[in-house]
Design a protein around this ligand. Structure first.
Ligand code: ADP
Ligand code: ZN
Length: 747
């Protein structure tokens, strides 16, 4: 895949173009449009621009922001060419970012303008930074002032302090702005203009952090030594609880010491308050944060601070990769194996893979950290392409939890007064013991809601989403049925729409709400909470939960993968996986690998402090290699089997895949587009085209979906083939074609 052999896609940015352009020169400006090329504009009198400058240019009847990309092509008639309107008061985008945009567009088979949009759209609406007005008492004071009651209020509100903005002073004093103005005019209040305080304070790399243990120290030193020495990739592989975060803080400190910026990419879900607390403990301040919930002015100002270098460290979800760092010196990708790094909408890309490319384009080191690295990264480390830095022990003498399987066929759950049950006797007993010892338990089930399926007990009718090939999931807490794919919600019908029988619907199978119901019934003395992404409306709700768990206010957590990652709960000693088979049966290239990673992460929550942890996996298939690997804590054997399997099939990372998803509201049009494409497959030995076939999610958000899968050898890029193929066929405008290079989802 990408990391193993960076393909040499031709780079349209040549190094030998003139750096700046003056009046009368023509420049090619790349706009945030779904087009490949850049448009020519003329530089007007009084302006010079350079490659990378953000400029506003006329476009039809409006203006748009684009980036000076190169010298103009020069084929547009003089009478037709328009002038650049002006240059934005922002630092120019560094060349590494421009070439990165180019590279991503080529690799993901997307128009360059669309990729550019990801990098610069947050600049929209950015105004030049206005200086702030600082008001303070003039010294010496002018004499002969008439002090009215209103003026007296202002002067006592002001005292010896400084107010920022006359409006704030007037509001604080409870008077109108004209009173303040009068005092300024009379020379009693002194006004100075000052640049606004930077949004982010500088982290202090030399503030002492936790004393690292010897193996942490060695790992930290190795990673730090790469900073400032060009492009390199290091895989930091450390068991859960080995203190990886503390270790990668050291290369961050090293980059900060040489005044370079740092990007830490995390899966959206694991950007926790705990992580920010630890950053603050190490560096004294909080970093800039970037994810989808950062909006409006904060988003724009953060974008600017990254561009000007005022934000030394950014921690963010995948889109942070496209921020305009003025001098990026290091990238860290935490939980590098996480599926959340794959962006599945719009420009489909894998942020971990693209981060490696960004590091290469910038000539800087990158650290990939994980307890369960992806097979791709493991193989790259084994072959020596990546440095392999390992931490095999937990910090503070904590030992790895003891993992055992519960055979659900031999010891099935016993029915209780509450009805069906999902917890088998050995797990129930373990929870009893845990509670008796005053410790905490986590019951893990990666299924939101009450029950994954609701059916009519009279006629068997199942409730499904009107717009998707998916069952509706019952959420009892909010008394709704929900589609987990499109967000459709509906109340539970009183009567079956098929046989009209009243009160006939029954839940099938467990979701976390149902397991929480059982736990509450079994252990009435315990405080039980159900935790899923939809029960935590905000990051602060997560912080409150973490706090309650840390203060032992909660005894049993029943949760989905939102609890699996990153958290450190010292009192948690038991993890019960309610359905360890979930995810293993699906046909998916990475089903085994993903389940292995997830269960390893969940298990890793147990016994991270002084008390030893225990993990129970409930399964109907105790001989499954994934579960065996977990019990024997032998991920190596599992990964070898996994690698052999994929090698034999020529699957990634031993081969390359591209998915095409055709979708549209009209199924016939989608099918026709599939047939037209199938007829036009260019001959290419070694490349296999499978499909078209209806996707397993044949209907999603009201769109019918058909798929192609293109498979090729590892030493050959599929992009030129796919581009040529797509360019040769015209499909109905009602059909959308999504190109997914290196697909991770196959539904
Ligand atoms: P990992 O990410 O490898 O699972 P973490 O980085 O979350 O592990 O560390 C686990 C816990 O150990 C955290 O609470 C962290 O603050 C603590 N820790 C890490 N290194 C040290 C150390 N050298 N001394 C004391 N505590 C440490
Ligand atoms: Zn739906």
């Amino acid at each position: 895949m990408i990391q193993s052999s960076p393909p040499s896609v031709p780079n349209s940015l040549s190094e030998d173009i003139p750096v700046s352009f003056g009046p009368g020169d023509r420049v090619a400006v790349l706009l945030q449009l779904p087009v490949e090329g850049a448009y020519d504009y003329r530089v007007p009198e009084g302006l010079t621009v350079s490659v990378g400058d953000l400029v506003e240019v006329p476009l039809g009847r409006r203006y748009d922001i684009g980036v000076v990309w190169s010298a103009g092509a020069g084929d547009l008639a003089e009478a037709k060419i328009k002038d650049v309107a002006h240059r934005l008061d922002l630092p120019r985008l560094p060349r590494a970012l421009l070439s990165f945009i180019d590279w991503v567009a080529n690799y993901t088979i997307q128009p360059r303008g669309v990729v550019l949009r990801m990098a610069v759209r947050s600049a929209k609406g950015l105004k030049p930074q206005a200086p702030e007005t600082h008001l303070s008492r003039a010294k010496p004071e002018p004499t002969g002032l008439k002090v009215t009651a209103a003026r007296d209020k202002v002067l006592s509100a002001l005292g010896d302090t400084t107010f920022i903005g006359a409006a704030l002073l007037a509001k604080t004093a409870g008077v109108s702005a004209s009173v303040v103005k009068g005092l300024v005019d009379a020379g009693v209040i002194h006004v100075t203009l000052a640049a606004p305080k930077p949004l982010f304070s500088s982290p202090n790399p030399d503030q002492p952090g936790l004393a690292l243990e010897p193996d942490q120290k060695a790992a930290a030193a190795e990673l730090s030594s790469a900073v400032g020495h060009g492009f390199s990739v290091s895989l930091l592989e450390g068991v859960t609880g080995s203190g990886k975060t503390e270790v990668y803080f050291e290369p961050i400190a090293a980059a900060l010491r040489v005044k370079r910026q740092v990007l830490v990419l995390v899966p959206e879900i694991s950007l926790t308050s705990q992580w920010l607390d630890r950053f603050r403990a190490r560096f004294g301040v909080e970093p800039a944060v970037w994810h989808s919930d950062v909006t409006g002015k904060v988003r724009r100002e953060t974008w600017r601070a990254v561009a000007t270098g005022e934000a030394p460290v950014v921690v963010g979800a995948r889109s942070a990769l496209f921020l305009p760092f003025s001098d990026l010196g290091l990238i860290v990708v935490d939980e590098e194996h996480d599926g959340g790094f794959k962006q599945e909408e719009g420009v489909i890309y894998h942020a971990r893979d693209m981060a490696v490319v960004r590091a290469r384009e910038g000539g800087i080191p990158i650290v990939l950290a994980s307890a369960t690295p992806s097979l791709e990264s493991i193989l790259n480390a084994q072959s020596g392409r990546y440095q392999h830095v390992r931490l095999d022990e937990r910090v503070g003498g904590a030992v790895m939890p003891d993992v055992s399987l519960i055979n659900m066929l031999r010891t099935p759950p016993q029915k209780g007064p509450w009805g069906r049950s999902w917890l088998a006797p050995p797990l129930v007993e373990a929870v009893d013991e845990t509670l008796a010892a005053g410790d905490q338990a986590l019951l893990f089930l990666n299924r939101r809601g009450y029950a994954p399926l609701t059916l009519c007990s009279t006629c068997g009718h199942r409730l499904h989403c009107p717009s998707c090939t998916a069952w509706l999931v019952e959420h009892r807490l909010v008394k709704r049925l929900q589609c987990h794919h499109c967000g459709f919600v509906a109340p539970r019908p009183d009567a079956c729409p098929s046989c009209s029988k009243e009160d006939s619907f029954v839940p099938c199978g467990p979701g976390i709400e149902r397991v929480a119901e059982e736990a509450t019934a079994r252990w009435p003395q315990a405080k039980v909470v159900a935790v899923a992404s939809d029960t935590l409306e905000s990051p602060s709700a997560m912080a409150a939960l973490v706090d309650a768990v840390e203060r032992q206010k909660i005894d049993i957590m029943v949760g989905t993968q939102v609890l699996a990652k990153g958290h450190h709960f010292p009192g948690l000693t038991l993890v019960g996986v309610v359905d360890a088979d979930l995810g293993l049966s699906s046909w998916d290239l990475r089903a085994g690998e993903r389940t292995h990673q997830l269960l390893n992460q969940v298990s890793g929550r147990a016994g991270r402090a002084t008390k030893n942890g225990r993990v129970f996996l409930q399964t109907h298939d105790p001989n499954h290699p994934v579960l065996k690997a977990l019990v024997e804590s032998d991920s190596k054997a599992f990964l070898e089997t996994e690698a052999d399997g994929r090698r034999g099939l020529g699957m990634p990372p031993f081969g390359r895949l591209v998915s095409l998803i055709l979708s549209g509201p009209n199924e016939d049009a989608v099918r026709q587009a599939g047939r037209d494409l199938a007829r036009a497959v260019p001959p290419a030995p070694g490349i296999e085209v499978l499909g078209p076939a209806p996707a397993s999610m044949a209907l999603l958000r009201g769109r019918h979906r058909h798929r192609f899968l293109i498979k090729g050898p590892r030493n050959r890029l599929l992009q030129p083939f796919v581009r040529a193929w797509l360019d040769s066929v015209k499909v109905s405008s009602s059909v959308r074609i999504q190109v997914d290079v290196d697909p991770y989802s196959f539904y």
